[in-house]
Design a protein around this ligand. Structure first.
Ligand code: ADP
Length: 399
């Protein structure tokens, strides 16, 4: 469970005051790592459930020595990252019981993420009952994807009646990265064709044309597109049916294979973690080498496809744990794409990226940039916007 505290400045900028991570919830290894610009603190926790984890997080923020708040009542709003809003949410919303009921209907669309998101929201509402809570959906940014890219070529009723369609994920990260990269390059978001490679445990490639998402590699669920840590990515649906038939697998067993046993882990046979895979590949592990080749080949295909979709590419962004830290993956994914104007500078690509950095050669038609993922800031921004709207509404009512 990650958390961050922002304050808004008079000019509207958001300033991060503190951040933290509670890891290994509900286990004996649980701990909370909290940092501000002047301290890093680690505290052991005893098998915390969600509520206890959140209580511990709030306690760091209000701690008399290293906290940044004197009281929790100083929190004006809580923004929650929420993975799947289905077709029920097209933007961020103030959370109430109706919203929670609608979110519960979306659980099947993201079975790994949505229940945890909901649990976090319920506990935050319990611990901060007077504070507005805002849900920021990862799917919202992709609502602009045109119908031709949204519908699967199944019988149309599955789209119309059952909502089986592309939703997309990592929208909050894409929204942040596209705004941030244009600020960095001092160019207009409304006139830029951007491909964003969000490469973490989950992976997506997104085409952002004039500030709007026009296609993205993840679809109805978060298992398609480019292969991921344990998720398979795109495959021939016929292959899936063959596996189910031959091994007499039910839906649950098949789901486990697709979500938990495939991707980097499935191909390498040893790990879902890209850093480990890269290390083993360097030592000569052939299936790790293959996993890297497949991963970067698939990325390259999506970059090319989305450049075609937008009739060209002005900016290529790498973000997320792999995108920010692996020069090898960046260079392999972008290799031989000079015909699209993408040429990475090997020296710039090797630099340790402590901040957002341009890694393409000067004068290339497309600028390649590493952007540090900062979904938190985007979420805080959205929460603030919604709460300001709320305040205006209340002000109008009072009049
Ligand atoms: P999440 O999607 O869960 O937020 P992250 O964005 O933190 O995850 O990305 C995690 C991935 O980044 C892991 O596969 C990890 O191995 C990978 N990663 C982090 N540092 C490196 C590195 N130096 N080289 C290769 N992969 C890295």
């Amino acid at each position: 469970m990650k958390y961050s505290l922002f304050s808004s400045e008079e000019n509207g900028n958001l300033n991060m005051l503190a951040r933290g991570l509670v890891s290994d919830l509900e286990t004996e290894n649980a701990e909370i790592r909290y940092e501000t610009e002047s301290c890093v603190i680690t505290i052991k926790l005893d098998k915390p459930d969600y509520r206890e984890a959140l209580e511990a997080a709030i306690a760091t923020l209000t701690h008399p020595e290293y906290g940044k708040l004197s009281d929790i009542s100083e929190i004006d709003a809580v923004g929650h990252r929420t993975v799947h809003g289905g077709d029920k949410f097209i933007g961020s919303v103030l959370i109430d019981e109706v919203v929670i009921a609608k979110m519960e209907q979306c659980i099947d669309l993201a079975p790994i993420h949505n229940p945890a998101n909901l649990e976090g929201i319920c506990q935050a509402m319990f611990l901060l009952p007077a504070t507005p809570q805002v849900a920021v959906f990862d799917t919202a940014f992709h609502q602009s994807i045109p119908i031709r890219a949204r519908v699967y070529a199944l019988p149309y009723e599955y789209y119309e009646r059952h909502g089986i369609r592309k939703y997309g994920f990592h929208g909050t990260s894409c929204q942040y990265a596209s705004q941030q990269v244009c600020q960095l390059l001092k160019c207009s978001l409304e006139q830029s064709r951007i491909v964003i490679c969000h490469l973490g445990n989950g992976v997506s490639v997104t085409a952002v044309d004039c500030g709007r998402s026009v296609d993205t590699s993840l679809g109805y669920t978060s298992v398609g597109g480019v292969m991921m840590g344990t998720r398979c990515g795109d495959l021939d649906p016929g292959a899936l049916l063959a596996i189910m038939k031959e091994q007499d697998l039910n839906v649950k067993e098949t789901d486990l294979i697709l979500h938990r046993q495939s991707g980097l882990l499935g191909v390498s046979g040893v790990s879902n973690d890209m850093q480990t895979i890269c290390k083993l590949a360097e030592e000569g592990h052939q299936r790790c080498q293959l996993a890297i080749e497949m991963f970067t080949y698939q990325l390259k295909k999506y970059i090319g496809a989305y450049a075609a979709v937008m009739s060209g590419i002005d900016i290529l962004v790498f973000t997320g744990g792999i995108g920010e830290n692996s020069s090898l993956i960046r260079s392999m994914a972008a290799a031989n794409l000079g015909f699209l104007g993408i040429v990475i500078d090997p020296e710039r690509n090797q630099e340790k990226m402590s901040r957002d950095t341009v890694i393409s050669v000067d004068g290339a038609a497309a600028t390649v940039v590493v952007i540090k993922a900062n979904e938190e800031k985007m979420i805080a921004q959205e929460a603030l916007t919604i709460v300001k709207g709320l305040k205006t509404e209340q002000a109008v009512l009072l009049k």
